[in-house]
Design a binder for this molecule. Structure first.
Ligand SMILES: *[C@@H]1O[C@H](CO)[C@@H](O)[C@H](O)[C@H]1NC(C)=O
Ligand SMILES: *[C@@H]1O[C@H](CO)[C@@H](O)[C@H](O)[C@H]1NC(C)=O
Ligand SMILES: *[C@@H]1O[C@H](CO)[C@@H](O)[C@H](O)[C@H]1NC(C)=O
Ligand SMILES: *[C@@H]1O[C@H](CO)[C@@H](O)[C@H](O)[C@H]1NC(C)=O
Ligand SMILES: *[C@@H]1O[C@H](CO)[C@@H](O)[C@H](O)[C@H]1NC(C)=O
Ligand SMILES: *[C@@H]1O[C@H](CO)[C@@H](O)[C@H](O)[C@H]1NC(C)=O
Ligand SMILES: *[C@@H]1O[C@H](CO)[C@@H](O)[C@H](O)[C@H]1NC(C)=O
Ligand SMILES: *[C@@H]1O[C@H](CO)[C@@H](O)[C@H](O)[C@H]1NC(C)=O
Ligand SMILES: *[C@@H]1O[C@H](CO)[C@@H](O)[C@H](O)[C@H]1NC(C)=O
Ligand SMILES: *[C@@H]1O[C@H](CO)[C@@H](O)[C@H](O)[C@H]1NC(C)=O
Length: 515
């Protein structure tokens, strides 16, 4: 079995720090080619949220220092092992992130951070918001092991935050510029079998939430254009096409329908689940099984099936069974990124625009200076995975660090850069010339899913709504006289879902999932 190590001494340092991170919470979100994927992980020892260097990338991949970690500044303490989630965007100069966490007091807290592009660290903007209190959700009604997931639908549609209540049911909080934070209702009355939550959306009216139903099935609740949640499972089928209004007792597997497959290495208690939606609307669900391997099932035209297993280079074995993981994706390009701990390091599995998985890359490094890091602004994502290759087969024993370690380091350091250059050149050659698919047309990114002009995404403005005195002064953003500066939305892809005519088959009545 191929082990994936990071370079020389970095691997050892990293493994001592995050080797036992399987129970830790992890998040990932994609901000576009300028700043790539942003990741965060709770350190299981301190409870701190460690983040990547938000101003630098390593060959287009995140740079996640572990020996001197970059800690997200937080004043309301994060619950140990508690749910964390984040989303964010690139505002044409820096990354902005909106982070959510389950606090030690059992509340759900949110704060907005700007990336300081000198230090690569996040600086909090404004206070921390106890959004569960604003939404009148009691901390006693939030499950002590709640998962957390967030979808940022756009500058007017706002946020949807998913969590578990004290009956293990998935619930929603929502935020729009007009409403502030509110309780959004239940996503499914069927209690979960464990607290992994995976979410993804392809438009404001098309949100998928997945979670474990049992030791056989994954449950999917999908919000669609009829503004309700439609519930299904796979590989088993449910009776009577339930929605979020269907009582728990009426949500049952249809025993007359034979399951076409079973979920490999699934025990109903994965540490994390991820969703990725590609440009053809294929929805993939990922989990790490009891066999420590990544697994993928996907839904094409509302039928679920297992997707192929990948090599151990592309999907290295996780360090723990049912390990935690985080996934993010770019709908427009069909790229997907998955993060988990393997070989004592945080690794990234990457699905490119062709739909093929590259070799995984090691994301964690000893310190930022270990890597030739490019500026966030200076480099486009190649998504390639040279880190993983460099370490293959190299056994570094604890004794050998010092000079030998340094020699190793510089040797591989150089080799990795050469490999990177070669791989990038190869990748360029392979890419068909298809501007529509490989580039985000900049002015299109200013439009929302409904075709309207996107206003500047200014979280400070909407968040002023927390202050009743300021609430009265809030001008609806679309009425501002000044023209919006160029803004890149967090998921520009949603603009491609414009014409509802094209999807006329997606009528509420037809929108129920089948396997
Ligand atoms: C709920 O929050 C209140 C005040 O924020 C706190 O006093 C109480 O201990 C919290 N409950 C739990 C279970 O943490
Ligand atoms: C959290 O709970 C502690 C004690 O349980 C309390 O002192 C503190 O004020 C609470 N914080 C918030 C934000 O409610
Ligand atoms: C850093 O950010 C400032 C403002 O936020 C911007 O003016 C400057 O160009 C940025 N520098 C780089 C290297 O991106
Ligand atoms: C769940 O929370 C609600 C609201 O705080 C409370 O009334 C109810 O008793 C709780 N249920 C359980 C099973 O803890
Ligand atoms: C079902 O979902 C809709 C849309 O989110 C929500 O308005 C409604 O309150 C939910 N139903 C329940 C019973 O929570
Ligand atoms: C919503 O998403 C599903 C699954 O990705 C897709 O099949 C469907 O076409 C989408 N509908 C619309 C209206 O975008
Ligand atoms: C993870 O998987 C192992 C089987 O490899 C199982 O024994 C263990 O209970 C699982 N952990 C959880 C939390 O389900
Ligand atoms: C992937 O491997 C697992 C064993 O780890 C197996 O059960 C499953 O059927 C395989 N999936 C496919 C699609 O071949
Ligand atoms: C970032 O890149 C710019 C130009 O590409 C360069 O001038 C600057 O020194 C770089 N900053 C860092 C921190 O590498
Ligand atoms: C099983 O697969 C067959 C062939 O793909 C399909 O016709 C059938 O509907 C599937 N059964 C279920 C329950 O999805």
């Amino acid at each position: 079995m191929t082990r994936i190590l990071s370079v020389g001494a970095a691997a050892l340092a990293a493994s001592s720090v995050i080797g036992s991170a399987s129970a830790a919470s992890l998040y990932a979100f994609y901000t576009g080619t300028d700043a790539g994927v942003q990741i965060g992980m709770q350190d299981p020892k301190s409870g701190d949220i460690w983040v990547n260097d938000c101003a630098k990338m390593n060959n287009g991949n995140p740079l996640f220092p572990t020996e001197t970690p970059l800690v997200l500044p937080v004043s309301t303490p994060v619950k140990m092992g508690g749910g964390i989630a984040a989303t964010g965007w690139w505002d044409s100069q820096k990354v902005i992130t909106s982070v959510f966490w389950h606090s030690v007091n059992g509340t759900i807290v949110n704060a907005i951070y700007n990336c300081d592009n000198e230090s690569g660290t996040f600086v909090r903007q404004g206070p921390e918001y106890v959004i569960s209190e604003t939404a009148n959700v009691k901390n006693s009604s939030i499950h002590e092991n709640t998962g957390l997931a967030v979808e940022l639908l756009g500058s007017t549609a706002g946020y949807r935050v998913f969590y578990h209540d004290n009956n293990s049911q998935v619930q929603e909080l929502f935020y729009t510029t007009k409403t502030n934070w509110n309780y959004g209702g239940i996503v499914s009355q069927d209690p979960v079998s464990s607290f992994a939550l995976g979410t993804g959306h392809s438009s404001t009216d098309n949100i998928t939430v997945v979670f474990p139903k049992s030791d056989k099935d994954i449950e999917v609740s999908r919000f669609n254009s009829d503004k309700s949640w439609h519930i299904s499972t796979f590989p088993d089928t449910l009776e009577n096409s339930p929605t979020n209004k269907t009582d728990t007792s009426k949500i049952a597997v249809d025993s007359s329908v034979e399951a076409n497959f079973s979920l490999p290495a699934w025990n109903g208690a994965p540490g994390g689940m991820g969703v990725a939606i590609d440009s053809t609307f294929t929805r993939s669900v990922f989990y790490i099984g009891t066999d420590r391997l990544l697994h993928e099932a996907a839904n094409i035209n509302f039928a679920w099936k297992l997707f192929p297993n990948q090599s151990s280079e592309a999907w290295p074995e996780a360090d723990e069974p049912n390990a935690t993981m985080a996934a993010t994706f770019n709908f427009q390009t069909s790229e997907a990124w998955i993060y988990y701990v393997s070989g004592g390091s945080l690794v990234q599995a990457y699905r490119g625009t062709s739909g093929d998985w590259s070799n995984a890359a090691v994301i964690s490094v000893n310190s930022v200076d270990d890597e030739t890091a490019s500026n966030a602004t200076g480099k486009k994502s190649t998504g390639l995975s040279n880190g993983a290759k460099a370490g293959v087969g190299v056994g570094v024993s604890l004794g050998v660090i010092a000079i030998a370690g340094l020699a190793f380091f510089f040797f591989f350091h150089r080799r990795r850069r050469q490999q990177a250059a070669a791989a990038a050149a190869a990748a360029n050659k392979e890419q068909p010339i298809n501007l529509g698919e490989y580039q985000t047309p900049p002015d299109q990114a200013h439009y929302m899913a409904d075709g309207s002009m996107a206003p500047p995404y200014s979280p400070q403005r909407p968040y002023d709504a927390h202050d009743p005195a300021k609430m009265a002064q809030m001008t609806p953003v679309h009425m501002l006289a000044t023209p919006p500066p160029p803004v890149e939305l967090e998921q520009p892809p949603m603009i491609h879902e414009l014409p509802p005519e094209n999807y006329s088959y997606e009528l509420p009545a037809e929108s129920v999932e089948h396997r």
